[in-house]
Design a protein around this ligand. Structure first.
Ligand SMILES: [Fe+2]
Ligand SMILES: [Fe+2]
Length: 289
């Protein structure tokens, strides 16, 4: 594992350099963890824990999201001519599909009804990869905090926390890889194409923000049964910890985000947009909110 303490390694790395490209791909390949979802030792749950698991409404949405992401990412590997970066993207596609397989295994073990989604075919390799990647930057940030909340409150039994811990850490690797890939990709374009690429990224980010604002607004209205779009935003209610304040949740998300990313080479760029927005909101809102 190329784990370098964040404050030791020099942060000097030229974006788009051969060293950046090598580090980008190699860090991802080196930190891959082997596990087989079909061999998971699922923990025994109490009746209460089982009923709570079965009542969570987001399993279907989670499997569908992983299915779309895995097919999008796997297809995007062909965008890359560098063998290491290409292999890293292929590996991410494999890991996303493994998340879907793990959720299917969980559903089957705990008798949760979900349907296998049809294979997703991306319409545009690069735009779909960008859309999926920026979406993960939002979802993973909130998922880190929610996972910690579920773990610390005991709502997720320790056995399940153990099973899903590698998934959370993989999502941290994915967003770290993605933000560096975007910076690398942009740097490889001729100068006159960079503004259009930047605008396309900004448009995709806006679409992702708009989607989450819609979800946040919907939270103030009675939720439609089975509605679980952007489920990382609504999961704190589903997990039965609705009494946590937004302020407290953001603090946990920020702490967990920093903790999970601190494991990796400090020369790699860190996701800044979502933690930056969260930090501003965290400072502006009252602690009671
Ligand atoms: Fe995933
Ligand atoms: Fe991911």
């Amino acid at each position: 594992m190329s784990v370098v303490p964040a404050n030791i390694e020099s942060a000097s790395l030229t974006t788009g350099s051969a060293e950046h490209r090598r580090l980008l791909g190699q860090f991802f390949l080196d930190t891959h963890v082997e596990y087989v979802p079909e061999r998971t030792q699922w923990p025994e749950l109490t009746q209460e824990e089982l009923a709570r698991m079965q009542s969570l409404p987001f399993w279907q949405e989670a499997v569908s999201t992983e299915n779309v992401t895995s097919n999008t990412v796997a297809a995007a590997a062909t965008l890359e001519s560098d063998p290491i970066v290409r292999k890293a993207i292929e590996l991410q596609g494999f890991e996303e599909m493994r998340h879907a397989r793990l959720l299917v295994e969980l559903a089957s073990h705990y008798r949760i009804t979900i349907e296998s989604p049809p294979r997703f075919t991306p319409s545009s390799l690069e735009s779909d990869f960008l859309f999926a990647g920026f979406g993960e930057c939002f979802d993973s940030f909130f998922a880190f905090g929610l996972f910690a909340l579920a773990r610390e409150s005991g709502l997720f039994p320790p056995g399940l926390v153990k099973v899903f811990e590698p998934v959370m850490q993989e999502e941290a690797r994915h967003i770290l890889f993605f933000v560096n890939w975007v910076a690398y990709r942009r740097s490889q374009l001729p100068w006159w194409r960079r503004p259009a690429f930047g605008l396309r990224c900004a448009w995709i980010i806006l679409k992702q923000v708009a989607s989450r604002v819609r979800t946040a607004r919907a939270l103030t209205r009675p939720q439609a049964p089975g509605s679980s779009e952007n489920f990382t935003l609504t999961a704190h209610q589903d997990l039965g910890v609705a009494d946590v304040t937004l302020h407290g949740l953001l603090e946990l998300c920020l702490t967990e985000n920093d903790r999970r990313l601190a494991e990796y080479d400090a020369r790699l760029k860190r996701p800044r947009l979502v933690p930056g927005i969260a930090r501003v909101v965290f400072r502006l809102i009252p602690t009671s909110m």
